[in-house]
Design a protein. Structure first.
Lengths: 393, 331
């Protein structure tokens, strides 16, 4: 039995093949056309997706971000709690290639000496140019567990000597912001998946029930969605997050926050699933399958689900950044993850007021990571949407 | 039309009831209550309270009743007397606390909405009519950034840029000398001078979103046959543009109120905390942390209420603008 999925492709390919023939494609391109005819849906999507340059950039940058976050113990030179007593609030370390005499050499850094400006009572850091410390790649550092499993002290980058290499500067406790940002990306990036997974389960389940059964079930679920969508998100998140007990551990709080974010997230998805189901339910192929004697569950799984899977994937790709932004906002306000947990939002709490930003602007760097991650997910989502649309030439 | 308005209005009432129930459940979620925390902090600071005093306090705040009763007392007070309850934290009525903050919140919210329209409509029209031009690319890029940057982060960055270039801290809605002063013409002028910063920051995300929708709609319209026909008949380009496609493409301006408005209000809460504005944002923040349940609940309820009203108005405007919508509902 020819499935719906396949018949859809045939329509699409026939249409585009017709156009190509009409446009006067010469005989020599026939093998190419044949490839187009026999391509699977997945291949067609991939071909269209490849044309979307921004989406490709998005996927590459995201892969890099996730890879680095998984191996934060290797890429970050220091641990999240390692403190450098003389380097509290120190600015980013300048990596130099030229000595004082103006000769070029391999990268090195200077140590910093801290003095207090007598006029403003602010601390001032000056380079201590007496010793040059070499910047080394693949060096040894603090013992850590890569991927929570493999004990290793290998670091991607480090300094030969007892001065710290603070690529993004230090926070008020003298901890390396670069290492903390990399470690923080783990919680921030993966909460997107967790929250979206929960929204996905809730959204497809309730949206599916709503669209499939209709009637009272539909009415109740639709009113619930109306209510959730008309309460402004952030106040609702704040009120919900306030219910998380302060004494909970990092893991518990993490799951609670994920749940809070999903409570709002499922509503939009449920609405899409319902709308699609309502439209598809009336299609001829569903009627045909029913006459053929297929069971309901089989129809849903085999005919309905493949038809709106692409919408779901696009929606999910665009929902992940919303979840990341949600976690960042809540943690920034102090209602989300709590220290000692490290996430981008927790790190941004150090930049909450004008004095902090004015004196230590590097505390805003984790914010740049948030923007990049969200931007890349938007590019990826746009590319997927264009690629998954079978009616687009 | 009148029947539609009435029907649409009647939907609001059960929606508000449901919202109030959910809000009340949510604010009841945190374990313990304000009074327990308050009493233990009094005890910790050495103040001795006897059982009778504690009981008196509990009864005074109605905490000895069941949750259902508390809900009906709260909602009853709001509906019958317009009384939103008591704020434990401020030791004042919620109405009192919100009296000055709510109008300011509304003013900033509405100003942001107008800013969104003022910016998005012309930019979208120029972008769509000159697709793939430099202008289009620049604003598409800015739009992406606007969508990717949480408003509070934008506020921090703007704060930092202005401070590091001019040395001025652009926080608050009033300059220092006007903060406590009574209302006067000079104070209004001062408000105008200071308010544009939060208005712009809060409005950027909405502007970016609206530009995307408007541009896409207008591009779809411009490809339609009637545009070609009108052009073939020799209609002047500007006249053609403003008479047909733009009028149709304006629909999203009103249909998106439903999600732009909650977005503006949501964004405003955090931006207000960063920029230290005297709106409901910082009050909500402190109330949720201190379990000041009636204040927190009332703020969330009022914000949701404003959103529902905003959506209602947008639906009415749409029905008035686009007759197809009314007929569709009838069938």
């Amino acid at each position: 039995m020819a499935t719906v999925k396949e018949s859809k492709i045939d329509e699409g390919t026939l249409a585009s093949a017709d156009e190509k023939l009409l446009a006067g494609v010469d005989e020599s391109r026939e093998p190419e056309l044949e490839k187009w005819f026999t391509a699977s849906q997945g291949q067609l999507i991939w071909w269209r997706f490849k044309k979307h340059k921004m989406a490709l950039i998005g996927i590459a940058v995201l892969a890099l971000l996730y890879f680095v976050s998984m191996f934060a113990e290797f890429f970050g030179p220091y641990g999240t709690t390692q403190r450098f007593a003389a380097y509290e609030n120190a600015p980013p370390t300048r990596i130099r290639f030229r000595t004082e005499e103006g000769r070029f050499r391999s990268p090195f850094i200077y140590g910093l000496t801290r003095t207090v400006d007598r006029a403003t009572f602010r601390q001032v850091f000056t380079d201590d140019t007496s010793v040059m410390y070499d910047v080394k790649f693949f060096t040894r550092g603090e013992q850590g567990k890569i991927l929570w499993l493999i004990p290793s002290n290998l670091k991607f980058i480090g300094v030969d000597g007892d001065v710290p290499l603070l690529i993004f500067g230090a926070d008020r406790l003298g901890r390396d912001l670069f290492s903390r940002t990399l470690h923080g990306s783990r919680l921030s990036l993966f909460i997107g998946f967790g929250g979206v997974f929960l929204s996905f389960v809730l959204g497809t389940l309730l949206g599916g029930l709503s669209g499939y059964f209709g009637g009272v079930v539909d009415d109740v679920i639709q009113r619930m969605i109306d209510v959730l969508l008309s309460i402004p998100t952030i106040p609702l998140w704040m009120a919900l997050a306030a219910a998380i007990p302060r004494h909970w551990g990092v893991t518990q709080t993490y799951f609670a926050i994920t749940l809070v974010l999903a409570v709002v997230g499922w509503a939009g998805l449920a609405r899409i699933v319902r709308g699609k189901l309502l439209a598809l339910r009336e299609e001829d192929f569903v009627l045909a399958a029913r006459i053929f004697g297929s069971r309901q569950l089989y129809i849903i799984r085999r005919h309905l689900l493949p038809n709106f899977m692409s919408y779901l994937i696009v929606h999910i790709t665009l929902a992940i950044p919303a979840t990341i932004l949600g976690e960042t906002s809540l943690s920034f306000l102090g209602l989300g993850l709590q220290p000692p947990a490290v996430s981008w939002g927790v790190l941004l709490r150090d930049a909450q007021n004008i004095t902090a930003i004015a004196q230590r602007p590097w505390q805003l760097i984790p914010g740049a990571f948030v923007v990049i991650a969200v931007l890349m997910f938007s590019f990826l989502g746009d590319g997927l949407r264009d690629a998954a649309d079978p009616y687009k030439s | 039309m009148l029947a539609y308005i009435v029907r649409r209005f009647l939907i609001i009432i059960p929606l508000l009831v449901l919202i109030s129930i959910i809000v009340f459940i949510v604010i009841q979620l945190p374990p313990g209550d304000y009074l327990t925390t308050y009493i233990s902090s009094l005890r910790a600071s050495g103040v001795e309270l006897d059982e009778r005093e504690i009981e008196g306090l509990i009864r005074q705040y109605g905490l000895d009743r069941s949750v259902t009763e508390q809900y009906f007392i709260w909602v009853g007070g709001i509906v019958l007397r317009g009384n939103f309850g008591w704020s434990f934290q401020w030791q004042r009525s919620v109405n009192d606390v919100l009296a000055s903050r709510l109008p300011m919140t509304l003013a900033v919210g509405l100003a942001s909405l107008f800013f969104v329209w003022l910016m998005a409509i012309p930019i979208a029209i120029i972008s769509a009519t000159r697709q793939y031009s430099l202008f289009d690319y620049v604003f598409t890029f800015i739009g992406f950034i606007g969508l990717a940057m949480p408003p509070f982060l934008l506020a921090l960055v703007v704060l930092w840029i202005v401070y590091s270039t001019t040395g001025v801290a652009i926080t608050g809605l009033f300059s220092r000398e006007f903060a406590e002063a009574p209302w006067s013409f000079a104070k209004v002028l001062d408000l105008m001078r200071n308010a544009w910063v939060p208005v712009v920051i809060i409005g950027i995300a909405g502007t970016a979103g609206l530009i995307r929708v408007l541009r896409a709609t207008l591009l779809d319209e411009l490809r339609k046959q009637y545009v070609v026909t009108a052009r073939a008949k020799g209609l002047a380009e500007n006249k053609l543009l403003f008479k047909y496609p733009i009028r149709i493409a304006m629909n999203p301006v009103f249909s998106t109120i439903g999600w732009i408005l909650p977005g503006l209000i949501s964004g405003q809460v955090i931006v207000a905390i960063v920029l230290n504005l005297q709106t409901v944002g910082p009050a909500l923040m402190r109330a949720t942390l201190a379990q000041d349940m009636y204040l927190a609940g009332s703020i969330v309820l009022i914000l949701a209420f404003l959103t529902v009203i905003g959506t209602f108005i947008s639906d009415l405007l749409l029905a008035w603008l686009d007759p197809r919508i009314r007929y569709e509902r009838k069938n």
